[in-house]
Ligand binder design. Structure first.
Ligand code: GDP
Ligand code: MG
Ligand code: ZN
Length: 302
């Protein structure tokens, strides 16, 4: 095994509180942050990671990452795209306008289930007339056991505040849903900090082009992430996908064929539940599209 090029005893511990590409802000103690890089092409460090870094003048080089409690990430055919490490809760933010993609909601939920992270859904902008239809759509998720929190970030964030207590949460969603508005409502001076970090990490614009962690209290933290257009799940098998749909999971093992794909097989417990109306057609459609995509991906590999 190659020996590390660093002196482990000289490394300092820190907490990654902002990331953009391979540039990171690492908190060494409350209020004290250092700009760090990774070595070479390494980019497997995420906001929320506890790391060990070597000082280099006024900056640092991240050498190791401590074992993670959780890792929330997406993936395409080529690579993983880390979103946040060590979070205990994914907060999916949607709104009535602009319209949100239900498939994207399902994919985020699947990603969270697969990573073993609790997920809740915030319906923002309930002050808009379009909220009524969105709420109707989302009742399905409440019936599946997901906590659904309707609110207006511009008026009152207290319904969400209670749910953030004691958690490290990551806000995810399409752009325009109100993630930054939520952060600005929760964290005083957040907007100023985004601007400051954008300059430090060289992102240039004052928009959420990087992920960033804010402290809400001693045990409560929240991570803002860049807007999502898609949520690739190439790290899952079709069986993983079935297990990540909370209403399909308990039926697995009840199908006639052990390797049932729940597509058109006779004696399929999942298809029977769909026919009886116990599993929603919308959710099953989402599962099918995902499982289809994942099995085509595997076929291409074989
Ligand atoms: N009517 C209404 N508009 C909101 C609310 N929250 C955010 N917005 C608006 O939605 C737009 C997108 O918000 P932003 O926080 O930038 O979304 P992000 O892309 O998810 O970070 C902005 O014009 C906000 O002013 C809300 O509760 N009600
Ligand atoms: Mg934003
Ligand atoms: Zn089946």
């Amino acid at each position: 095994m190659a020996r590390p090029t660093y002196d482990a005893a000289a490394l300092e511990p820190g907490w990654v509180v902002a990331s953009h590409g391979r540039r990171y802000r690492v908190e060494v103690e409350p209020g004290a942050e250092i700009d760090c890089m990774t070595r070479g092409k390494r980019s497997d460090v995420a906001v929320g990671d506890h790391v060990r870094f070597a000082r280099t003048g006024d900056g640092g080089i991240i050498e190791t990452t401590d074992p993670r409690r959780t890792l929330f990430y997406r993936s395409d055919a080529n690579r993983q795209k880390l979103i946040a490490a060590n979070v205990t809760q994914v907060v999916m933010v949607v709104a009535g306008a602009p319209a949100f993609s239900e498939d994207l909601v399902n994919r985020c939920l699947v990603g969270a289930e697969h990573a073993g992270i609790r997920a809740i859904i915030v319906l923002n902008k309930i002050d808009l007339p379009e909220a009524a239809r969105a709420l109707e759509t989302l009742e399905l998720y409440r019936s599946l056991g997901y906590d659904l929190v309707p609110l207006s970030a511009k008026r009152d964030l207290s319904p969400l505040k209670a749910r953030l207590e004691g958690h490290t949460s990551v806000l995810v969603g399409q752009s325009g849903m109100g993630k930054s508005t939520i952060i600005n409502g929760l964290v005083p001076h957040a907007a100023a900090r985004v601007a400051e970090i954008s300059i430090a990490l060289g992102t240039g614009k004052h928009t959420t082009t990087h992920a960033e962690l804010y402290h809400l209290g001693p045990d409560s933290h929240i991570i803002d992430s860049p807007g999502l257009q898609e949520f690739g799940l190439h790290h899952l098998t079709p069986v993983d996908a079935a297990n990540a749909f909370v209403e399909i999971r308990p039926l697995l093992g009840n199908c006639r064929f052990r390797d049932c794909r729940h597509m058109s097989e006779p004696g399929c417990a999942v298809l029977d539940a769909v026919a009886r109306g116990e599993i929603s057609k919308r959710r099953f459609g989402s599962y099918r599209r995902l499982a289809d995509e994942l099995s085509r991906k595997r076929a291409a590999w074989e």
